[in-house]
Design a protein around this ligand. Structure first.
Ligand SMILES: O=C(O)C1=C[C@@H](OP(=O)(O)O)[C@@H](O)[C@H](O)C1
Ligand SMILES: C=C(OP(=O)(O)O)C(=O)O
Length: 448
């Protein structure tokens, strides 16, 4: 939806203390996978807590186009009647994945080892993002891809009629590429092996096991070696989607920088492949209590009690932590602006190929808010101004990027003067209740 409708400007005012319970919606990564794995299984998969953000709705529509029966029963309650591994039919029209990198890359992987052809497109943001990182390994299975210059959408993928299994070492730390290869491997006879030097989010591995695939993960000197046996019969599952730690980051970080705040954020994932932001915030001096650790939807979670933290200190974020907090750098750079001293984020060049060039978008927006920033291709450094020290009084450009929009609105809740964003509509891709949830906690947000 984002990129097709009208821009929706929004302004955040310096806000009163945030109080209450921030119940964020379901995890976006797990929601995409619940629909895709459900579509590849035999029988009816029931899903609760599905994120009804536009990215996931676009994946639901795509699964229908490939032949699965996808039904909504109520808020977050969905069912998928799968077609079984290798059962995808050829879609009758172009598959539009909207704003979603995860959606398009995982679906390309899923169809690449079936004898069908599909053409993919997306919004103006997705059409700029690189697809060669998935079509390169998919060509090893025997698939072919024809896209625009630089491996951009629109792109047609001709699935392999006679796929062969693949052994592939990821050249970039990417769960999307890893998952695309594993999904393609499902319909290749024999063993497909993916090697990742740095661990990335492991939802595909956990869920494939849950759906009954034969998959092993071995930790070696080369990194994680993931071996999948092709042509399993996936069995329909009941999936309870846990809350999204990447969405939880926004109320959490807002509470840290808005004076007097004290909120609870329930059910935040403590999965080591997702919790890098929370480790980093604690190292900066954030007052976060991790309460009631338990399992929810197959993920370790805890309830977070988060209080205004006036003594945050800038730190050097360990580079190897990047994959476990890759989507959280924009909001971390806002928190860094309210800390004393500089926060150094290295090894973050992947941010340049997300929904926007996030290093550039954050640097320009923070500068407009009166914060000093340094950057190079792979680094972002924010010079903090301490609690309450950010001048604000600017409009940030969001470039069709939900995380940039939410980050600057959080900035405006604690800055001296209002902060606006030129377009808040992309927030609907991942966190459709952001506005209501934040105002419910006491934030002042105004349309326009
Ligand atoms: O696999 C996934 O669900 C995701 C992987 C990450 O992308 P990369 O794999 O490109 O790093 C992340 O940024 C994205 O929001 C979701
Ligand atoms: C990068 C993101 O998503 P995607 O790659 O799925 O568009 C994100 O949600 O921050």
């Amino acid at each position: 939806m984002s990129g097709h409708g009208d821009a929706q400007p929004m302004t955040a005012r310096k806000s009163g203390p945030l109080r209450g319970v921030a119940e964020v919606p379901g995890d976006k990564s797990i929601s995409h996978r619940a629909l895709i794995f459900g579509a590849m299984a035999v029988g009816e998969t029931r899903v609760t807590g599905l994120l009804e953000g536009q990215d996931v709705l676009d994946t639901a529509k795509a699964m229908r186009a490939f032949g699965a029966e996808v039904t909504r029963h109520g808020l977050g309650e969905w069912s998928v009647h799968g077609v079984g591994v290798g059962g995808f039919r050829e879609p009758a029209d172009v598959i539009d994945c909207g704003n979603s990198g995860t959606g398009v890359r995982l679906i390309m992987g899923t169809m690449a080892t079936s004898p069908i052809t599909a053409t993919f497109t997306g919004d103006a943001s997705l059409r700029k993002r690189p697809m060669g990182r998935v079509t390169d390994p998919l060509s090893l299975f025997g698939a072919r891809a024809y896209g625009r210059q630089g491996g951009r959408l629109p792109m047609t993928v001709v699935g392999a009629a006679d796929p062969v299994p693949v052994r592939y070492a990821l050249p970039v730390a990417s769960a999307q590429v890893k998952s695309a290869v594993l999904l393609a491997g499902l319909n290749a006879p024999g063993q497909t092996v993916v090697i990742e030097k740095e661990p990335t989010r492991d939802h595909s591995e956990r869920m494939l096991l849950g759906f009954g695939a034969a998959l092993t993960v071995e930790t070696t000197a080369e990194g994680n070696v993931i071996t999948l046996t092709g042509r399993p019969e996936l069995r329909a599952q009941t999936v309870a989607v846990p809350r999204d730690p990447s969405s939880a980051a926004f109320p959490t970080c807002a509470a840290l920088i808005v004076e007097g705040s004290d909120i609870t954020v329930p059910g935040v994932s403590q999965n080591l492949t997702r919790n890098g932001l929370y480790l980093t915030l604690v190292e900066m001096g954030a007052q976060i209590e991790f309460m009631n650790p338990r399992e929810e939807g197959g993920e370790p979670v805890a309830d977070l009690r988060v209080k205004f933290s006036p003594d945050l200190k800038g730190i050097e974020v360990p580079e190897e932590r990047a994959p476990s907090m890759i989507d959280e750098y924009p909001i971390l750079s806002v928190v860094a602006a309210f800390a004393e001293g500089k926060t150094v984020m290295r090894g973050v060049k992947e941010l340049r190929v997300k929904e926007s060039d996030r290093i550039d978008a954050m640097a320009r927006g923070l500068e407009a808010c009166g914060v000093r920033v340094e950057e190079d291709e792979d680094t972002l450094i924010v010079h903090g101004l301490g609690a309450g020290g950010v001048p604000g009084g600017a409009t940030a450009k969001t470039h069709l990027d939900h995380r940039i929009a939410m980050s600057f609105l959080v900035c405006g809740m604690a800055a001296k003067k209002d902060v606006s964003v030129d377009d808040a509509s992309p927030i609907l891709t991942s966190f459709p209740i952001f506005e209501g949830l934040m105002t419910g906690l006491g934030a002042t947000l105004a349309r326009g």
